[in-house]
Design a protein. Sequence first.
Length: 129
Amino acid sequence: MLGLLAMLGLLAACGGDLPAGYVSDHQTVDGLSITLEHPTHLTLANDADLFVTLHDATGQPIDNATVVLNPDMPAMRMGTTAPIADQLGNGRYRARMVFLMAGEWRIQVSVLLNGTQRSATFLQTISQQ
């Protein structure tokens, strides 16, 4: 029951901060809640702000982590940049990305916190327009 209440609180906290036109995906890795918020429709060669929200197992926001977003296109390996996200406070981080090819992408969110690294991978489709 306590776990359910914590999850409902986390969902309420995430949902209230979701920018218009954005959707979110969520994973929990070793007690760390990682939520990736991205535009509903990501298009080729346009700047996109992606947001990561971190919470601990009790639903408390986590600040002072190093968050890196590493995009990878499985169908065509290419060199990409892995931006370090800016800390916004209250467990939120922002990274600006540009995707230069349409298709299926994996975005690996790596979090370094207190000397421990955790990662979650999210799938994203980039369209031509």
